[in-house]
Design a protein around this ligand. Structure first.
Ligand SMILES: N[C@@H](CCC[C@H](N)C(=O)O)C(=O)O
Length: 269
């Protein structure tokens, strides 16, 4: 079985080619692969009857999840190279996604439409998704509150802050990740709007912790920012591991994510 160590803007992946051979790891196995290969997510490329491949995704904590934007871009790159094609379709547990080559060796994935209904995120109770009742700090004087929420096939809560670097994300992230408002947990973004076309973003990922980049997190932050009128519908997202360009198209409500992909090494198992 072929295995790749890859990253998408620094978001690190161990990718297993499970199209010819079954790959059915248990939680402990995923944790040990992730630790050994220093991966934020472990992924398996499987056969699919109605697309080019099914992409199975596990967080480094061992739980299987529905979406991983940078991981989808990484696997799109592998499949595009393999087929010498210009477009590729990838099914995940959350959606059917399309990948394509972009300029300068970058890879674009159509991440589909953001889901904004409180039950779709999901939240445990009905609430205005533009700012939910989550407070960090003293109840009557929180230093962080009212994150915007959205699903990109996985749940995201986004705090808009003045200075991303002023927050102790490893301390705050877990408090929000498993807040009772999120029955399935949530990814937690800290977004600083630099100007109407630029956002600095750091993401505490559910089941993986602080990563160098989170693709769905970047989509979520742009959607929440544009929905609130803070930015245009297209912006450069500056993450710790590199930049992503996110565009939330007005014409069809779909979110396009473009960024770099790197194959660090590959081997046969
Ligand atoms: N790194 C990812 C997101 C991976 C899944 C996430 N941690 C979750 O639990 O939903 C990305 O690039 O989107």
């Amino acid at each position: 079985m072929k295995v790749w160590k890859m990253n998408g803007a620094g978001n690190a992946f161990a990718v297993f080619d499970a199209r010819q051979q079954a790959f059915a790891p248990d939680t402990d196995k995923i944790r040990s692969i992730a630790a050994e290969m220093k991966a934020d997510q472990v992924m398996a490329i499987e056969k699919d009857a109605s697309s080019d491949a099914f992409l199975r995704i596990w967080n480094s904590s061992g739980e299987e999840v529905g979406a991983c934007g940078n991981g989808t871009r990484a696997v799109a790159h592998l499949l595009l190279e393999e087929a010498g094609a210009n477009t590729v379709s990838i099914r995940t547990a959350a959606d059917l996604l399309k990948g394509r080559r972009a300029e300068n060796g970058l890879v674009t994935v159509d991440m589909g439409q953001p889901r904004m209904g409180w039950e779709e995120i999901p939240l445990s109770e009905k609430m205005d998704v533009r700012g939910v009742d989550v407070r960090i700090g003293p109840m009557d004087n929180p230093y962080l509150s009212k994150p915007a929420v959205v699903s990109m096939g996985n749940p995201h809560a986004v705090f808009f802050v003045e200075d991303v670097d002023a927050y102790n994300i490893p301390q705050i992230g877990p408090l929000v990740e498993w807040h009772p408002l999120f029955p399935e947990g949530t990814n937690v973004g800290f977004a600083q709007v630099i100007d109407r076309e630029t956002i600095r973003l750091r993401v505490w990922e559910r089941g993986a912790g602080l990563t160098k980049a989170c693709g769905t997190g970047a989509c979520a932050a742009l959607v929440c920012a544009a929905r609130a009128g803070k930015t245009e519908r297209k912006a450069r997202m500056i993450l710790d591991g590199g930049d992503l360009i996110i565009e939330w198209r007005e014409s069809d409500n779909r979110v396009m994510m473009t960024g770099p992909v790197e194959v660090e090494m590959s081997f046969e198992l």
